[in-house]
Design a protein around this ligand. Structure first.
Ligand code: SAH
Length: 213
């Protein structure tokens, strides 16, 4: 599948309605999602792989991974109503995804996802709830040996030190995330936030991680 074709399919997916500001529900725009997924596919981490989408929202990343040829996609989202939207989206493009309504903070997350080959995620940046991205990092590096995640630009040094001894940042891809006016506290019609796609490689066997120091 060509990049433009994937973008088009992802662009037509149903969005959040209405999005929760507290849960930082922003859909990854199709061009950024397609870029992350193509990059991961090029590195051999999507086709034929078991992929986990943490905080899947309306399913953009997980659905894109399935369209690119992932063998299995497990998608986890805390908001039940959003899981319903994501299920409709998967049905619309004709891919099968194993959706679960669950909180990534809970230890049961590992029983739900099992071990995977790759994690893809666009976690909350922690703008509404401080450190909301940490449970996503904790879970990701224990679920799969490699994670492709979208983070605020400039968070790489924090993330690198937060994951010391557990994972390392293998690559950083800079991009822009256009955010349309969605919430009352947004002042501009569209605001472009600089972001980084970080590729995290787990240092020890996933599922057998030392506790965060
Ligand atoms: N991955 C989607 C959505 C990104 S927005 C995309 O790329 O478009 C972040 C998502 O994480 C939201 O859907 C939000 O509801 C979900 N989320 C926030 N906290 C969570 C938690 N503790 N456990 C699971 N999902 C969570």
């Amino acid at each position: 599948m060509k990049l433009k074709h994937l973008e088009k399919l992802l662009e037509n997916l149903e969005g959040f309605s209405p999005p929760s500001p507290l849960l930082e529900q922003y859909s990854t725009p199709a061009p950024l999602a397609a870029r992350l997924l193509f990059h991961a596919a090029m590195r051999g981490d999507i086709v034929g792989k078991r992929v986990c989408d943490l905080g899947c929202g309306t399913g953009v990343l997980g659905i894109g991974a399935a369209l690119l040829g992932a063998r299995d996609v497990i998608a986890v989202e805390i908001d039940r109503d959003v899981v319903t939207i994501a299920r409709r989206n998967a049905l619309k493009v004709g891919v099968e995804i194993h959706f679960f309504q669950a909180d990534v903070k809970k230890p049961e997350i590992h029983a739900i996802t099992g071990l995977c080959d790759t994690v893809v995620m666009n976690p909350p940046f922690g703008a509404q709830q401080l450190h909301a991205d940490r449970p996503f990092l904790d879970a990701a590096v224990t679920i799969a040996p490699v994670t492709y995640g979208i983070f605020n630009a400039g968070s790489r040094s924090f993330i690198g030190s937060y994951l010391t001894g557990r994972a390392e940042i293998d690559e950083v891809i800079c991009s822009l995330l256009p955010i349309r006016r969605m919430f009352a506290f947004h002042r501009e019609e569209v605001r472009e936030i600089p972001v980084e796609i970080l590729v995290l490689r787990t240092k020890v066997q996933p599922g057998n991680q030392p506790a965060n120091p």
